[in-house]
Design a protein around this ligand. Structure first.
Ligand code: FES
Ligand code: FES
Length: 157
């Protein structure tokens, strides 16, 4: 029997059995059935696996489970509230800021982290915050526009 780590994910206490070195991404996807965060490079380079740890955007593929002790984890599944999407999710839909969608969850979580730090970021800051998130489909302009719209419509929530 492996070690049990208690996680606080999307407002709920969840238990994961396994090695503390297991990546947070594996814990979320394979143990907790939260598959919104995607496996892209597995090396912290693409941002597809981005989740929020204590409100900070982190690459869950290179974040060991033990690093989550006592911290809160938010994933794309936890952004909706009372049946309503997060304003940034709405803005992504409005601007069509996705093509294949593989990068979308990570992009949105990096955007949410930014909007929670700064409710009205300049375009340059939006671009800088999303620098580590790669989009192979190249819809960056629409993604940046979505963050701008969410900022205007109270993306902080
Ligand atoms: S899968 Fe984690 S950064 Fe690429
Ligand atoms: S929408 Fe396909 S990778 Fe971004």
């Amino acid at each position: 029997m492996g070690q049990v780590t208690v996680l606080h994910v999307n407002g709920q206490e969840r238990r994961v059995e396994g090695a503390p070195e297991m990546s947070l991404l594996t814990a979320l996807r394979d143990h907790l059935e939260l598959t919104g965060a995607k496996y892209g490079c597995g090396e912290g380079q693409c941002g597809a696996c981005t989740v929020l740890l204590n409100g900070r955007a982190v690459r869950s593929c290179v974040t060991p489970l033990r690093a989550t002790a006592g911290k809160t984890v938010r994933t794309i599944e936890g952004l909706e509230r009372d049946g309503k999407l997060h304003p940034l999710q709405e803005a992504f839909l409005k601007t069509g800021a996705m093509q294949c969608g593989y990068c979308t969850s990570g992009m949105i979580l990096s955007g949410v982290a930014l909007l929670e730090r700064n409710a009205s970021p300049a375009a340059s800051e939006i671009k800088r915050s999303l620098e580590g998130n790669l989009c192979r489909c190249g819809v960056y302009p629409r993604i940046v526009e979505a963050v701008r719209i969410a900022a205007r419509t109270g993306g902080r929530r």
